[in-house]
Design a protein around this ligand. Sequence first.
Ligand code: CA
Length: 200
Amino acid sequence: MQGKILLVEDEKTLAKALKFTLEKEGFAVAVAYDGEEATQALTADPPDLVVLDLMLPKLDGYEVCRRLRRTSDVPIIMLTARNEDIDKILGLELGADDYMTKPFNTRELLARIKAILRRTGQMDAGGRKMIRMGSLQMDLIRHRVTVEDREVPLTAREYALLSFLLPIRGGSIPGSNCSNRYGAMVFAVTRGRLMCISGI
Ligand code: CA
């Protein structure tokens, strides 16, 4: 599974088409048809990403977003019927991660969902939430590492270091100015040496 998406859309035909496309790509999709249903679904089964229509019955997308942001930083892509209020949607007031203006291309929405999940660390570059190497599995969502299905207890720093190194296994660490942030830690490669430069 690629991740859990909550789709909040009152246009049933559009909701059905989007659900179909996203499920075909391996996402688990829950659908809410109004703002109240959305807030209930967000609490009952927190998703990895929310696709949120702006114009909704009961509570509109602005209010759903506002309420959600009080307790969660889950990525949100807003669907708008017109190209306005973009500053408000993406700005501090609502804090959505991206938006799409209807009508939109479903493939583009899919590309943006994947890009955001990668950016927020919910999915690796290959579209996976899990990195596997032999019998080792790294769950990028739950921050758990198992070897032969047995959990390996790691400190936050050990986990972060493994997260940095595992995706480039077998290759060389790129560039002399490469740096990566994992939570509060930043790793950098300087003059051929890998260093943890914060969060120590
Ligand atoms: Ca609508």
